[in-house]
Ligand binder design. Sequence first.
Ligand SMILES: [Zn+2]
Length: 70
Amino acid sequence: MKAELKDISAQGWLCETCKAPLEVLPADILYMGSSFTVDLPRCPKCGYTFIPPELAEGKMREVEQILEDK
Ligand SMILES: [Zn+2]
């Protein structure tokens, strides 16, 4: 399942370890018992996936809406 989350951008994000610019790549997440593929900023060097605070705190509502819509 592919979830499209708006307002997720890798622009300006740097990996704290590598200081490399993050790239927005599909990432598998598990939420409320369902797995989703969402585009999240990820470090191309170490593979660290950055969860934006907006996603952790509020944007998951969009995922919940997607769940409810199916
Ligand atoms: Zn890194």
